[in-house]
Design a protein around this ligand. Structure first.
Ligand code: ADP
Length: 194
């Protein structure tokens, strides 16, 4: 299996690049943010719980997020592979993902990290907030909170994959196609999925 973690701060372009990567490599896209938003829209119990955290720019608790993600992976055991977008966001989530994939006799192939400076992120998120309808993209205080949470809780996930020699940093500023090409080169260079 080809299993990619697409990593990067809020607004780095993970959703845009995921859409292109799943088409190129025939992977299943699992975006925890998208799944939470679908649950909020559908008025599920999970959605009601997640909304309280998302609206404040906080992370949804690990046990909730890990349980949800595991269910989605188990629904797709015959997949060629996965793109994990917005997951793992904590070291506990990274460990849980390793255990889950190990139980399926597979593992993470690479973590591809989109690197974008903070001032650019703030600009992109506010711009997205104008037409995405996402409340968490419209309030500068919530945007800042998400960036702070990213730096405090999510950045350590980089070390987790660096130790496993799976981390690859990709410049996330520039043309969408140029960034996509750099991601594909990193994947093709891994020797898996060709
Ligand atoms: P972005 O990366 O632009 O902030 P996402 O759509 O990935 O947006 O996530 C939106 C929100 O959903 C996050 O701010 C967080 O509250 C919640 N969320 C998404 N993924 C996770 C996760 N892996 N763990 C905890 N909370 C998450």
């Amino acid at each position: 299996m080809l299993n990619i973690v697409l990593f990067g701060p809020p607004g780095a372009g993970k959703g845009t690049q995921s859409a292109k990567l799943i088409e190129q490599y025939g992977l299943i896209h699992l975006s925890t943010g998208d799944i939470f938003r679908a649950n909020i829209k559908g008025g599920t119990e999970l959605g009601t719980l997640a909304k309280q955290y998302i609206d404040n720019g906080q992370l949804v608790p690990d046990e909730v997020t890990i349980g949800m993600l595991s269910n989605e992976v188990k629904k797709n055991v015959d997949a060629k592979g996965f793109i994990f977008d917005g997951f793992p966001r904590t070291q506990a989530q990274a460990k849980a993902l390793d255990n889950l994939l190990e139980s399926m006799q597979t593992e993470i192939t690479l973590m591809l990290a989109l690197e974008v400076a903070e001032d650019e992120l703030r600009k992109r998120l506010l711009l997205r907030g104008k037409d995405s309808g996402r409340a968490d993209d419209q309030d500068p205080a919530v945007i800042q909170k998400r960036i702070d949470v990213y730096n405090a809780e999510t950045m350590p996930v980089k070390d987790y994959y660096t130790t496993q020699r799976k981390y690859r940093g990709i410049d996330g500023i520039g043309e969408i196609e140029t960034i996509f090409k750099a991601l594909c080169e990193a994947i093709d260079g891994s020797g898996i999925g060709n």
